[in-house]
Design a binder for this molecule. Structure first.
Ligand SMILES: [Zn+2]
Length: 65
């Protein structure tokens, strides 16, 4: 579950993941199309078998409650 997106809406403005800073830009992230709430996933590494891969940052749809 969770669709990865590179663009989101923050306080009414369209913002690219590359311009986003969690520390400097407080506010609710939303999908640019349907205004669903998004969360931000930082760049992180993950072990896949005996390899370590870097998973890029992205916006992700929050699960519906
Ligand atoms: Zn949407």
């Amino acid at each position: 579950m969770g669709k990865k997106m590179k663009v989101a809406k923050l306080n009414g403005n369209i913002i690219s993941i590359n311009d986003y800073s969690q520390e400097k830009m407080p506010g609710d992230l939303q999908c640019r199309y349907c205004e669903a709430s998004l969360s931000y996933v930082k760049k992180h590494s993950r072990d896949l078998g005996d390899k370590r891969i870097i998973v890029g940052h992205y916006f992700r749809l929050k699960p519906r409650i």
